[in-house]
Design a protein around this ligand. Sequence first.
Ligand SMILES: [Cu+2]
Length: 68
Amino acid sequence: MEKVLLTVNGMTCTGCVGSVKNLLGRLPGVSDIEITLENGQVAFAYDPLQSKLESIKEAIHDGGYEVA
Ligand SMILES: [Cu+2]
């Protein structure tokens, strides 16, 4: 498992946090998702054999949020 910390812009409320958590949670091999709304930090672990970091970032983007 790889550990990643991304900064995601556009999350303004706990609903956004839930959305990002959900969309990440649907991706294969992604786990341990921790999101801090105040600074937009999104931490998670993923298995590179199951999901590529690029496609994870794309999923966040497609959900309407911007990876900094
Ligand atoms: Cu929101």
